[in-house]
Design a binder for this molecule. Structure first.
Ligand code: ADP
Ligand code: MG
Length: 381
């Protein structure tokens, strides 16, 4: 049964009538443009066909009552008395969104409903952004304000940063808010301008979850950030976004060897990300795949944020005939890679790459064929 039907049926069983609204908001995966966001650079995510869904109806009082089917819990919050508890729960994603929207001047009304999702939690596909944007849609349905994707993304990012206390850039919320079918979204992380580009016809995106989770990530992430900032200071620029790869190549010899590698990844990755847009607009899957392969090599050798598991699954994918290109995605040190493959060969690709990766590492991977889907929307009525 589809999740739309699941939340609808549970809603009817609980509330004795059909829901007034059903909303959904997707998770995401980043096609190319890694560790570029905090350098004011470019990212290129797509919204995936896994989402958080809410069936709901308005409430007369200023409260939200929600049933999470995945957590098997019911929780309530008072919109006129929002508090950040010591121990955060899934309801705090809703509370944080309510808080951020209220701060921005939206007058919110209450609602009650049933929530379920199929974005795997904690595997790097941003189930949290999906939940936040679904909550924003739910508030919009009952409160009747205009939906502005960028404004909603910024509010949900503020919820994640300030209510949940999780540092993240704008990518996850922006793509969950503004994703389009069969399109990836180039996001300029400085201006927040977006530009949608079509995935090449006849291709599919496969998410390759290594089954390993990042350990080192926080300290290594902070170290990389500092190295990038130091390199920008060296060049007398605001961020590494402000130097092109030719100028960088001419001037990089004055940087220390380690800073040079770190900065080279960011500068060349921004360049690859912009070239990926051209490849997509030309419908050139081979060129897009080659840029993904180069992105992985740069993340592995220059930025040094890959891992043996990520390298193994990427190598298995790239060796496969159906694959145009594969790379690690997300912060690194574990988690997911993704591959651009021939759509007709996607199912057998999944079989072969799973077997190859198990043979190489002994780990159990999870592979999903996905497609680019629309961002947060009201699907009913
Ligand atoms: P991710 O990498 O998937 O975004 P996070 O740790 O950022 O992982 O967010 C996961 C949290 O979001 C969960 O612990 C839960 O509180 C909330 N969440 C995500 N999806 C759901 C869901 N379908 N139902 C209830 N809570 C969810
Ligand atoms: Mg998250």
């Amino acid at each position: 049964m589809s999740l739309a039907n699941t939340v609808r049926e549970h809603f009817v069983a609980e509330f004795g009538e059909a829901p007034a609204f059903i909303v959904r908001a997707p998770g995401r995966v980043n096609l190319i443009g890694e560790h570029t966001d905090y350098n004011d650079g470019f990212v290129f995510p797509l919204a995936i066909d896994r989402a958080a869904w809410i069936a709901l109806r308005p409430r007369a009082d200023a409260s939200v009552f929600a049933i999470s089917l995945d957590m098997n819990e019911r929780r309530q919050l008072a919109l006129d008395d929002l508090r950040r508890p010591a121990e955060l729960t899934w309801m705090d994603y809703l509370a944080g969104v309510a808080w951020a929207l209220t701060e921005r001047g939206y007058a919110l009304r209450g609602w009650e409903g049933v929530l379920a999702g199929d974005v795997p939690i904690g595997s790097g596909l941003s189930s949290s952004a999906a939940l936040e944007l679904a909550a924003a849609r739910a508030f919009q349905c009952v409160s009747g304000f205009q939906w502005d994707a960028a404004a909603m993304a910024l509010a949900c990012q503020a919820a994640e940063n300030e209510w949940l206390g999780v540092k993240c850039g704008i990518m996850d919320q922006m793509i969950s808010a503004a994703g389009l079918p069969n399109r990836a979204l180039l996001i300029d992380c400085r201006s927040l301008e977006t530009d949608a580009a079509p995935l090449p016809e006849g291709t599919a995106v496969v998410i390759l979850d290594t089954g390993t989770r990042r350990g080192l990530v926080d300290s290594a992430y902070n170290e990389r950030r500092e190295q990038c900032e130091a390199a920008a200071r060296h060049f007398g620029i605001t961020a590494l976004r402000d130097i092109d790869s030719q100028t960088f190549a001419a001037r990089a010899h004055k940087l220390g060897a380690l800073s040079r590698k770190r900065a080279r990844h960011v500068v060349t990755e921004n360049d690859r990300t912009l070239r990926a847009r051209d490849a997509m607009n030309d419908g050139d899957a081979a060129r897009l795949g080659q840029l993904m392969i180069e992105s992985h090599i740069s993340l592995r050798d220059d930025f040094e944020v890959s891992s043996p598991a990520l390298d193994a699954i990427v190598d298995c994918a790239n060796a496969d005939d159906a694959c145009y290109g594969a790379r690690m995605t997300g912060a690194g040190f574990g988690g997911c890679a993704l591959a651009l493959v021939n759509a007709d060969g996607a199912a057998s690709f999944v079989e072969r790459v799973s077997a190859c990766y198990i043979a190489a590492t002994g780990n159990q991977p999870t592979l999903y064929v996905t497609r680019a889907c629309r961002g947060a929307e009201t699907v009913y009525p």
